[in-house]
Design a protein around this ligand. Structure first.
Ligand code: FAD
Length: 236
């Protein structure tokens, strides 16, 4: 930790948050403890403390954060919706890039696709698709983000009926790499799963955060998906 403080002067960190649409907090900030406590979905505490936490509000924030981290030799970890039981997005030192506020959904009903940002949760996506008679095999927890869910393959609603892990329904993934460059893997709609793997590669470094984070091949909603959607609505 000392190592990073030596390299990042107070001025550096004062300038950095001003470039952001979102917010950033260092370990010395009064709000840091609350941000750290709420990072895991169920409030579970972990004794791993990033030096900085950034709550990104835009893709520019992601790029600025990576630039800042690169300039100061910080490692970067990414938080989608924080539903990892092990809190594995929390790392000592480094910069935690929280993407949960990036939650735009764009639906092309005719093509049967949806472009979603990493913070989109299962309930919101299902609710947005339902009026079009479409559904995506999201996870069973309504708040679970598509981001980490798809990186892990995703055992979604209707998994057995549709016969695939959810990642097989991903067509394309936009990545921002360690140089801050945006790279979109070639459209992929095969079972090779190279899109999601690419996202999970390089030690999960590349944040999947561009505006079309992934485009799921949506399917006509089956009765079971409708039942699940209704159940979610009544449970919330
Ligand atoms: C209540 C509950 C219900 C669940 N139901 C299901 C289910 O039905 N089916 C199922 O398959 N799983 C289920 N899960 C597991 C869930 O899919 C995983 O915990 C998943 O990782 C959560 O996604 P997240 O966006 O919250 O990831 P996070 O917890 O934020 O992160 C998990 C890991 O993925 C990395 N990561 C996340 N987003 C990105 C990104 N954009 N770019 C790069 N790296 C990233 C993080 O760095 C971290 O290593 C459930 C979990 C909970 C708590």
């Amino acid at each position: 930790m000392q190592h990073y403080r030596e390299h990042i002067g107070a001025d550096d960190f004062r300038t950095f948050p001003r470039q952001l649409d979102g917010k950033a907090r260092s370990r010395h900030h009064a709000e840091y403890a609350g941000w750290h406590r709420s990072a895991c979905w169920n409030g579970r505490r972990f004794d791993r403390f990033p030096e900085y936490i950034v709550r990104a509000q835009s893709l520019d924030d992601v790029a600025h954060s990576i630039d800042f981290a690169r300039a100061h030799g910080l490692s970067v970890s990414v938080r989608g919706s924080g539903h990892s039981y092990a809190g594995c997005f929390l790392r000592d030192a480094g910069l935690l890039l929280d993407l949960s506020a990036l939650d735009r959904i764009e639906i092309d009903a005719e093509a049967g696709t949806a472009s979603v940002q990493p913070g989109v949760g299962a309930r919101r996506l299902s609710a947005a698709l339902a009026p079009h008679g479409l559904a995506f095999p999201t996870g069973h927890g309504g708040e679970v983000g598509l981001s980490g869910f798809l990186l892990g393959g995703g055992l979604g609603i209707n998994f057995r009926a549709w016969g695939d892990i959810s990642a097989f329904s991903v067509r394309a993934v936009d990545l921002i790499d360690a140089d801050g460059a945006c790279c979109a893997p070639a459209p992929n709609n095969t079972r090779s799963c190279s899109g999601p793997r690419a996202a999970a590669g390089r030690g999960c470094f590349s944040p999947r955060s561009a505006s079309t984070c992934n485009a799921g091949r949506c399917r006509p909603a089956s009765p079971r998906a409708r039942i699940a959607a209704n159940w979610r609505a009544s449970a919330s």
